[in-house]
Design a protein around this ligand. Structure first.
Ligand code: ARG
Length: 573
């Protein structure tokens, strides 16, 4: 697509040599208020270099930009140069590109030949898969889709929490109090019960802890009995997780979790030792990171068992050696920030500079519930599966009320209900804590998933009403009279569609899916203003064709944007 920003920057650059072309390009703004132009160039930065007052500079630049003859109108207002694009030119450029590219509009080859790993979801085996896990799961899935759209080769990893001393406790508890049928019937709830019982009982009987520890050592040494039980717990848990992944349409390329690295840790421990990084502290082995303000990292306990961070070091080295990643992205809660800072620092100190500098922690804030925070220990957990199921049920009721004769209501309710939860998750800046509220999630009029999906379905319905003949003329684009889509509403909408690919890029740069979410909300709102103020299916054939071309482009961009969030776009709802 023609890049107007670069075109403007080149013209300005011809006039001022004091700052670089890139810097000019970065300085160019898109004003909030479009009366200030489609693009604006603030001249403050140049004042020092040119030793002139910014308004004077703005005047000179405005003159040069205007003389290029490329733009509709160029104005100097105080320190700004406001530039108005020729409406029909941007309309033509945008519609041609979107209708020609269709599903791939917004993608690029920027990342070709580079591998990006996204690690996300990573729940712990035998623990509840609750509403708190939705964050890593859907943010990670969206980042995967965004990077894929930017052309990177992608690897999706679910780094399951399937190892550690708690499995010693679980096996110990199962042997004492458990039975097979209960686990098979309701694996996670049952296993969690054993775990809780273990803690209660061990308060009176400290020997249980020692027993659990020795069981874990057996597990680490590969004793068949212990391994068999652990494997079974893992399989049963995965069955539950997979039900949720299926509802969300989420997949992984690898489920190599913590246990996968158990035989890869001795090498790491040896390297740490050879490099003089390990020191002894009260019988345990640690890496001292005090001089970097990162405390100390416990690598190996006094009983010889390995730790979370040790497995992460082994995982990062393995990933670098196996995939030669360009980026290794961890989508994990902000509570683990120190853990990742320690991890990346240790990798660097070990000499794995590339693995360290290519690794990125993408943190996010907490979810809480309206009636207080969750607590696994107090049994106050909300299972993610239950949230998704009730979202679908609630949506079904809303649709049945609004549109009683809708066909395939089950399919639509699933797409809209689950889409609503996912969209809600991705609409705020990820670092913010937020409270999960049903009214916000399922509101069809607010800035929500159902609202955006509804706008998409509205576009689909307009295309059906216009009929195939008009739609194919619109797709053809040879005889579009762009004057019919030159109103303020239409122009605003076109500019937002035009800008979509830059927002996909920005979302990738910031590891922030909400950049895409916000942009498609803007597009949906701009479209609905256009729809309410103007007659689309008119008797004037040329007008109808031009407007339907814009409807087609809107529908395409909304669908593509939703796909990047992992949400489907129903044709009717
Ligand atoms: N299983 C961990 C948890 O639930 C998250 C794992 C994060 N990933 C990692 N490579 N450490 O807290």
């Amino acid at each position: 697509m023609k890049d107007f920003r670069t075109a403007i920057a080149e013209i300005i650059s011809g006039k001022v040599s004091e700052i670089s072309l890139e810097e000019i390009e970065e300085t160019i703004e898109i004003p909030q208020d479009s009366r200030m132009g489609d693009f604006a160039f603030p001249c403050f930065k140049l004042a020092k270099a040119l030793r002139k007052a910014p308004p004077k500079i703005a005047e000179d630049i405005a003159e040069a930009v205007s003389a290029s003859g490329v733009f509709d109108r160029v104005e100097a207002v105080n320190a700004y140069v406001n530039i108005f694009l020729p409406k029909n030119e941007i309309a033509e450029e945008t519609l041609k590109t979107v209708l020609d590219e269709g599903d791939v509009f917004g993608t690029s080859g920027k990342g070709a030949g580079k591998t990006v790993i996204v690690e996300y979801s990573s729940p712990n085996i035998a623990k509840p898969f609750h509403i708190g896990h939705i964050r890593s799961t859907v943010i990670g899935n969206s980042l995967y889709k965004i990077f894929q759209a930017l052309g990177y080769d992608m690897i999706r990893i679910n780094h399951l929490g399937d190892y550690g001393t708690q499995f010693g406790k679980m096996i110990c508890a199962y042997r004492r109090w458990g039975n097979r049928e209960d686990v098979e019937k309701e694996p996670i709830k049952t296993l969690l019960g054993y775990y809780t019982k273990f803690h209660e009982e061990s308060e009176n009987d400290p020997s249980l802890e020692a027993e659990a520890r020795s069981i874990f050592v057996k597990l680490e040494n590969g004793e068949p009995e212990e391994v068999k039980l652990w494997q079974w717990f893992r399989d049963e848990s995965l069955k539950e997780f997979n039900r949720v992944y299926k509802m969300l349409g989420i997949e992984f390329d690898s489920y190599n979790g913590e246990s996968f690295y158990s035989d890869k840790m001795p090498r790491i421990e040896k390297e740490l030792e050879d490099k003089g990084l390990l020191i002894e502290s009260r019988g345990a082995q640690v890496v001292d990171l005090e001089e970097y303000g990162l405390g100390t990292a416990l690598i190996k306990k006094s009983d010889g068992s390995s730790l979370y961070i040790t497995r992460d070091i082994a995982a990062a080295v393995y990933r670098k050696e196996t995939y030669d990643f360009y980026k290794n992205v961890y989508v994990v809660a902000s509570q683990q920030t120190l853990h990742f800072q320690q991890l990346f620092k240790i990798l660097e100190l070990m000499g794995y500079e590339d693995a360290s500098s290519g690794s990125i922690h993408v943190p996010f804030g907490l979810v809480s519930l309206e009636d207080g925070t969750m607590s696994t220990r107090h049994g106050r957990v909300v299972f993610l599966e239950d949230v998704l199921t009730s979202a679908v049920e609630k949506t079904r009721e809303i649709i049945a009320e609004k549109n009683p004769d809708a066909d395939n209501i089950d399919e639509i309710a699933a797409q809209v209900g689950i889409g609503a939860v996912v969209f809600n998750e991705l609409s705020n800046n990820r670092i913010k804590d937020y409270t999960f509220k049903w009214e916000t999630v399922l509101n069809f009029d607010g800035e929500t998933g159902p609202y955006v999906q509804y706008t998409h379905a509205r576009c689909a319905s307009l295309l059906r009403r216009a009929g195939d003949a008009v739609v194919s003329k619109a797709k053809d684009l040879t005889n579009i009279d762009y004057r019919y889509i030159a109103s303020e509403n239409a122009h605003e909408l076109i500019k937002l569609i035009y800008a979509y690919p830059t927002y996909v890029e920005l979302a990738g740069e910031k590891y922030e899916p909400s950049v895409v979410t916000r942009h498609i909300i803007d597009i949906a709102q701009a479209f609905n203003r256009f729809y309410h103020d103007e007659h689309i299916i008119t008797d004037n054939e040329d007008e109808k064709v031009a407007k339907i071309a814009l409807v087609l482009a809107t529908k395409t961009v909304i669908k593509n944007g939703l796909a990047l969030l992992g949400i489907s776009a129903p044709e009717r709802m």
